[in-house]
Write a protein that binds this ligand. Structure first.
Ligand code: MG
Length: 438
């Protein structure tokens, strides 16, 4: 059976017992460790060098894998952004929070309900400093009513939703003047950059984002170190979502074209985070965890990343859509070089192939056939296979009987008047929503 329903929230992972015993003298200092949670966007299982990609330039992430724990069987909870991010921050199935179907848009009425308890709220109540940079995508609401500052984060610098959810045809994606590929979503306001709830730039300067985020993170980590305050830093990168972009430092530097440049910038950002921890003497008291919200956008072909040997990608519940690269790093607590085990796009993954519910479900042996090439129900399944299917179907029915769906937040629809605009009374919208950097 495909991975639908398999759920391994990162919250639980963060609370796993340590893999190595602490030396006694360090135990007190590490009693309240720091957490750096790094989330890539649409990064595929096969995109990193440490996961076998032959031409990716990801030295920092590869070093993280070599010195930490590399997961080979780690799943996101959904195949698209908003529900996956909701589950990551709440530890709950996204349907319980009402984050279905699909993803939030610029004018969505709904958002992650404020009653949901996030990881940031849990840690803040324990005295942690909390900050987020990057892509939120859990609702903007009425004048920013669903933003991270209302969900436990003390500070937020970033973008409310995906950077392709506004017009991008005139934006520069790669310095000095390479325009973004494609036109993105027409008819919406230009994507803004926010600090807290305020709009500081619209449209956002994409090549300027990673350097800006880097400065924010360095300052935040240094401040927490100075105050001896434990912290949660949630870095939700825009990389490697379409359309790819990168700063001058990474533009045109890799063998994988625009996708590789964006990935290299993501890798560089992780390197900067590690450097900041080291500079402030926090490397041994911080758990760094890196993963992706969902699989690669294989419908974008070369601009969409790689699921490696796994089938399909983003938007599907095949392995490529939900099995993610995942790395955990914590010197002294996680043994170096650990791993946790558990192509060519085919027709089923093509953007024009309609999504297909399977009833009876497809049945795969993911140990022997992680690429999901061989449906065990085609051919002559033996009695043990039929019994397994019966058991799985029964478990599914029982789960669905118990599962309570929250009111669909995305189903509340869109209201263009709710779209973030730096000049709220301007006209005509959405094109008048443009402000210079402050
Ligand atoms: Mg995504």
């Amino acid at each position: 059976m495909g991975p639908q329903g398999r759920y391994r929230p990162c919250l639980l992972l963060l609370l796993l017992p340590p893999l190595l015993p602490l030396p006694p003298v360090r135990a007190a200092a590490a009693a309240r460790p720091n957490f750096v949670l790094v989330l890539a966007d649409d990064l595929g299982f096969g995109d990193l060098g440490s996961y076998g990609h032959p031409s990716s330039a990801t030295p920092h992430l590869d070093r993280l894998a070599a010195r930490g724990l590399r997961f080979t069987d780690f799943y996101s909870s959904a195949a698209v952004c908003s529900p996956s991010r909701a589950a990551l921050l709440t530890g709950r199935l996204p349907v319980r929070s009402g984050i279905y179907p699909g993803v939030f848009g610029p004018g969505s009425r709904g958002g992650l309900p404020l009653a949901e308890v996030t990881l940031a709220e849990l840690l803040k109540a324990q005295g942690y400093a909390t900050a987020m940079v990057g892509k939120w995508h859990l609702g903007y609401g009425n004048n920013g009513s669903f933003l991270p500052v209302h969900q436990g984060f003390d500070d937020f610098l970033g973008v409310p939703y995906s950077h392709d959810q506004g017009p991008c045809q005139n934006l520069t994606c790669f310095p000095p003047d390479t325009k973004c590929f494609g036109t993105c979503d027409q008819g919406a306001v230009a994507v803004p950059l926010l600090r807290g709830r305020g709009i500081v730039q619209q449209p956002v300067s994409l090549p300027g984002l990673a350097p800006l985020y880097g400065r924010f993170c360095r300052d935040f980590i240094a401040r927490c170190a100075r105050l001896r305050r434990p912290f949660l830093l949630y870095y939700a990168s825009h990389h490697t979502h379409y359309p790819q972009f990168a700063s001058r430092e990474f533009a045109g530097t890799t063998r994988r074209g625009p996708f590789g440049d964006a990935l290299a910038e993501f890798d560089g950002a992780v390197g900067q985070l590690l450097q900041a921890l080291q500079d402030n003497g926090l490397e041994n008291s911080t758990l760094v965890f890196v993963t992706s919200d969902n699989g690669p956008s294989t419908m974008r072909m070369a601009r969409g990343g790689s699921a490696g040997h796994l089938k399909c990608g983003k938007g599907t519940t095949y392995e490529g859509g939900m099995r993610e690269p995942a790395l955990a790093y914590w010197p002294g607590r996680i043994a170096p070089g650990s791993f946790h085990s558990g192509t060519t796009p085919d027709q089923a993954c093509h953007g024009l192939t309609p999504l297909t519910p399977h009833l009876p479900p497809l049945l795969f042996d993911l140990e022997a056939d992680p690429a999901e090439n061989y449906d065990l129900l085609q051919g002559r399944p033996g009695p043990e296979v039929l019994q397994a299917l019966k058991d799985i179907t029964l478990q599914k029915v029982l789960l669905e009987q118990r599962l309570q769906f929250g009111e669909s937040q995305i189903g509340k629809g869109q209201d263009p008047a709710l779209q973030p605009c730096c000049a709220p009374s301007c006209s005509p919208k959405p094109s008048c929503c443009r402000c210079s950097p402050q």
